[in-house]
Design a protein around this ligand. Sequence first.
Ligand code: LM2
Ligand code: CA
Length: 483
Amino acid sequence: QYDTNMWGDRNTMVHLFEWKWNDIADECERFLQHKGYGGVQVSPVNENAIVTSGTYRPWWERYQPISYNLVTRSGNEEEFASMVRRCNNVGVRIYVDVVFNHMTGNSGTVYGTGGSIGYSDSKYYPAVPYGSNDFNSDCGITNYNDAINVRNCELVGLRDLNQGSTYVRTTILAFLNKLINKLINLGVAGFRVDAAKHMWPGDLEVIYAGLNNLNTDHGFASGARPYIFQEVIDLGGEAVSFSEYTHLGAVTEFKFSAEIGRVFHGYDQLTWLSNWGEGWGFMASQYAFVFVDNHDNQRGHGAGGSNILTYKNAKQYKMAIAFMLAHPYGSTRVMSSFYFDDTEAGPPADSNGNIISPGINADDTCSNGWVCEHRWRQIYNMVGFKNAVKGTGLNDWWSNGAQQIAFCRGGSGFVAFTNGGTIAQTMQTCLPAGTYCDVISALIAGDYNLNTDHGFASGARPYIFQEVIDLGGEAVSFSEYTH
Ligand code: LM2
Ligand code: CA
């Protein structure tokens, strides 16, 4: 299902990678709702194996499930439930990264973030429970030209569940449906399906069909279905194609990430963006789930290599994000990271491995090791732009034939980019005559509007009352001030 279930005036999600549930709830209320973010992708919610590597716990331990209990370094079940409630209350939806292709790696007895134990060598996970007959055989994935190998063998040694088994399907569904509306009245809006490429579309179809409707108690329309976006890395030339998954839900378009990085690195000319989207060999827009970088490829995992732009290349990165949010192609996600040098290192944590909350500075940026790209002015203002132009197409494309472009979104928005030199050009902006705010720098009239953070309507102006003593019969009259 392709509808994100966001509120009508919003259409972008942010991945708050490795954030704690209580911090996300605060962020929904104090920032995301006001800037027009429609949802948050959260890190996996179910219990994972604790992995210790030198002085830290790698971020990727969360991709090694040990049970479906809702206890991770981000928080417990009560904290998760409270976050979902608080975010839904302010119109910010929650999308859960669900990992059910596999369990932990094969590394003997493993211990979980909620106290569970697993026996990875014998494929016994008593806290689910799963036993060895719920898994595919021990083979490793070695041949991406062979779909059976890709789907029935172990991805980097991770114990590979057999989703063809009725028991495995039922167990996965109990976990997913709990997140939708069971037990403590949760209300998530959808799922990122991790490693979908490594599962059979036919098995996923059965699992998706068994999902409950969304929880009307959290404001979803009656009969609304969970939004599904499936992680399928397909840059072409392999046995498994994205097209096997598009009838089931949205699919990650990794070509978008790799190509937009190439272009804004300057390896290609902006003028060639005139047919961005399907014209570049991407999947049809209605299926495409797009992003400039994700938690894998920003650090050299996953696909895209050195083409990928990240926060480390801030100026080019902001331009790529602005282009993604200005252009109508695909369903968009903004990445929000923690700083890293070591590509395996986990989020900011104390010596006991507890995640440290982001600090919030007076200028809206973050501290304590968190990058918070979603709080960069150019990025959140473009989230607002995308909301404002929702439903319009792309028109009045202009380019100088090289590194400068501009275009309109219907009659509601106009944007220009240069990746080389100042633009000196008279252009059709498509907007009704008037004085406009530059939403990227946002340093014009908008800055003197009232603070929406304090509950004022967006664009509200300060109330002014002027002290003019006028009892009549003097040179100065009240009437000179009323306008
Ligand atoms: C994904 N999408 O399909 C995630 O986006 C990606 O982050 C996950 O890999 C992957 N699939 C499996 O869920 C990450 C990370 C791997 C890491 C795994 C499991 O990119 O490097 O593998 O999570 O934690 C790690 C070690 C690897 C080891 C494996 C099993 O890096 O060397 O393989 O655990 O112990 C022997
Ligand atoms: Ca598999």
